[in-house]
Design a protein around this ligand. Structure first.
Ligand code: ADP
Ligand code: MG
Length: 697
């Protein structure tokens, strides 16, 4: 009997090569993946509504008998067919309509009893059900998947219907559920009254009743939280066992570096540097998270920490998520170091990204290994196996949410228990941070440096588009620069959103023809992106039309205007990050949000952006307005592995999973004992990258 994680979904009836590909794209390859593809929501179809009591605009379930059914061609659209059935229950009659599914008629013979579920709409004055899902009532209603029960609804790609997916899940359950082995240690199950795994999987898909659905959910969410916490706790434990580096925190290099900065540090920056000094002086490894808004000046703090490591003879590394960001750190830190004339030749700063000439990269890698480079700044390229340090004393990880939990552990693994500083501009509310980053100490820079121009945030509806352009023109005419940001690259007809590419072409010939425009988007090659960014930075361009690649983009003090088109399509935190690209200089800047949507929620969100400038405040608003599902669903926080578990609404469950993780690790640090064998196996199977976490720490 093979493991369910090794059996391909092709063994499920109904899955051919074509569907297999669709599933693989969703990350569903094995039977286990399929069984863990949980519903997005449920519809309670256990209660039938009498036809006479149906309400327009709602999705409702009825049980009725077919009176007549017929196919006809559409008058309005050629090649379009309509299937209509008139059904009846004891209280009335209702017409049901389907488009382009002529084969349905065969199921809708007069006299057949059916359960129908769909949206009630009014058409020519009468109620009807549009494209309902239906099920023919057979003798035994058991085994019914689509009606008369709590029905699962999945997030599915186009071309795959709910009904056929439910059927596939049912087949997979019938064939393989008996092979599901519960890996959760017995004690854990008993302590937390967890439902058995097979029972949980069955009831998360096809809940027998509300109670079982809730138990199934709790069990599976607990599982996700446990797998989320275990590596954190394991890593913390491992690091405690190992000696860290007691860095030389008082020294000339740091003092000179700070003294020669062209600005006064803010109080927040000073406090954080003091915290970092205290941590780095200790013989244990520092594990600190630094939260601070875009532009709050985290980079200079990180550079200071690097000076501490370097003055004691160690190397330091800073890893950033994109090439552009790495390069910017590289340039900024180099220029900050240029004030240190006497030491300048002694500190060598290197840049390592995946682009560039092989020869140069090889040389950089050699220099890192031989200790000729003191400070290395780079992208994921730093994580490659052949990158080895002579003596890595400090690992700085910027914008941690762009890296997975396992991934971010790989950089420190290249040293002997080095100090770690993690930086993020995506703030998360305090209560959560404590649990999510429980293995880290948290520092916050709450205020921006003084002397920054104010950012005025305006919210315009689509009708006022011209005013938004006028502001941009005014700024450019005064010698400043502007960003115009779009959510997608190409025009998407379905969503009616003008993409960056198309608008760029239009602007060049029309609205902005007297200005120099640049275009940048994520599908351009990295060096192309870079070239355009550079031109903008050097003021060879007046405006940059772009997609969200700007989000972690560049620092251009004379960029004073940003227009965000279709602003309702962005998350608040994302908008806030975008906005941080202007207002970097001393001049007043403008952020103009243009939104065509008029829903209450999107209005509230736009107004929140206009009223708040503090990233923490905005994160809280974002959570409050969008709800935790979408907020965390956007994967802004690197909470990989959390699919159904929600840290906000299940804080209690998260806490108990965390306590349990602490418990397990305390009793069995290597997860080697008999009751934990399966647990460990499952953990490594789901998150192979933890292998290194557990071994190296
Ligand atoms: P973050 O990484 O937090 O987004 P940066 O470190 O890139 O912010 O800082 C943004 C800009 O502010 C940089 O140009 C930096 O040199 C400058 N800066 C940092 N600290 C100060 C300060 N205390 N006073 C004035 N300018 C500062
Ligand atoms: Mg930064």
């Amino acid at each position: 009997m093979g493991k369910l994680s090794d059996i391909s979904i092709r063994y499920v009836k109904g899955v051919g090569p074509k569907r297999e590909k669709v599933f693989n794209k969703l990350g569903v390859c094995s039977i286990e993946d399929l069984l863990y593809y949980f519903p997005r929501r449920y519809e309670d179809r256990t209660k039938f509504i009498p036809i006479s009591a149906l309400e327009e605009g709602r999705e409702q379930t009825i049980k009725a008998r077919v009176l007549v059914s017929a196919d006809r061609r559409s008058f309005r659209r050629r090649g379009f067919s309509i299937t209509e059935a008139l059904v009846e229950d004891a209280t009335g009659r209702l017409s049901c309509v389907w488009f382009n599914q002529p084969y349905l008629k065969a199921y809708l013979r007069p006299g057949t009893e059916v359960i129908l579920y769909g949206k009630i709409e009014r058409y020519s004055g009468k109620l009807q059900m549009n494209a309902p899902e239906f099920e023919v009532v057979s003798g035994e209603s058991e085994g019914s998947l689509n009606s008369g029960r709590i029905v699962p609804v999945y997030s599915l790609p186009q071309g795959l219907g709910q009904r056929s997916f439910r059927k596939m899940i049912r087949m997979a359950l019938d064939k393989y559920l008996s092979q599901v082995i519960d890996f959760m240690p017995f004690d854990v199950k008993r302590n937390h009254k967890l439902l058995d795994l097979a029972q949980s999987i069955l009831n998360i898909h096809f809940p027998e009743n509300d109670g079982l659905q809730k138990d199934a959910y709790a069990r599976l969410a607990f599982e996700e939280f446990l797998f989320f916490q275990l590596p954190l706790i394991l890593r913390k434990q491992k690091r405690k066992e190992k000696a860290g580096i007691a860095h030389k925190v008082e020294g000339r290099l740091l003092n000179d570096f700070l003294a020669k900065l062209p600005f006064e540090l803010t109080e927040g920056q000073k406090t954080v540097i003091a915290e970092i000094k205290a941590d780095m002086a200790k013989p244990e490894a520092m594990q600190r998270l630094l939260q601070g808004d875009v532009g709050s000046g985290k980079t200079v703090v990180a550079a200071g920490a690097c000076m501490i490591a370097i003055q004691g003879g160690f190397q330091a590394a800073i890893m950033a998520p994109t090439e552009i960001l790495s390069r910017q750190h590289f340039e900024k830190i180099n220029s900050q170091l240029s004030g240190l004339r006497s030491q300048r030749n002694k500190i060598k700063v290197g840049l390592l990204t995946s682009s560039g000439l092989r020869k140069q990269k090889d040389k950089m890698i050699r220099d890192i290994k031989e200790g000729k480079v003191d400070l290395v700044i780079g992208t994921h390229a730093l994580l490659e196996e052949n990158v080895q340090f002579k003596s890595l004393g400090l690992a700085v990880i910027d914008e941690q949410h762009k890296f997975g939990v396992g991934q971010r552990a790989l950089l420190p693994a290249k040293g002997k228990n080095p100090d770690i500083l993690i930086m993020t501009a995506t703030p998360i509310p305090r209560t959560l941070a404590i649990t999510l980053y429980g293995d880290l100490d948290v520092s916050v820079i709450r205020h921006l440096p003084p002397g920054r121009g104010r950012i005025k945030t305006l919210y315009f509806t689509r009708e006022k588009q011209a005013q938004a352009y006028a502001i941009a023109k005014e700024q450019m005419a005064a010698g400043n620069q502007a960003y115009i940001v779009y959510p997608v690259i190409e025009e998407s007809y379905a969503l009616d959103i003008a993409g960056a590419e198309k608008m760029y072409e239009q602007f060049k010939k029309g609205e902005f023809r007297q200005f120099r425009l640049g275009l940048i988007h994520g599908r351009m090659k990295h060096d192309e992106q870079e070239a355009v960014m550079l031109k903008f930075k050097n003021k060879e361009l007046d405006a940059l039309v772009s997609t969200t690649v700007l989000e972690v983009g560049i620092d251009v003090p004379s960029a004073t205007c940003m227009i965000v088109e279709h602003a309702e399509r962005f998350g608040l935190s994302q908008l806030h990050q975008l906005r941080g690209r202007v207002g970097r200089g001393a001049i007043e800047s403008f952020c103009v949000l243009v939104s065509g949507a008029v829903t209450e929620t999107s209005r509230a969100r736009m107004l929140a952006m206009a009223s708040y400038s503090d990233g923490f405040r905005i994160a809280e608003e974002d959570l409050r307005i969008r709800g935790p599902g979408e907020y965390f669903g956007s994967r802004q926080h690197g909470l990989t592995g959390l699919r159904i578990a929600n840290p906000l609404t299940q804080l209690q469950l998260l806490k108990s999973a965390r306590e349990e993780a602490v418990n397990i690790v305390a009793q069995d640090p290597g997860l080697g004992s008999r009751q934990n064998v399966l647990l460990k196996e499952k953990l490594l199977q789901r998150f192979p990258e933890y292998e290194k976490v557990m071994v190296v720490g």
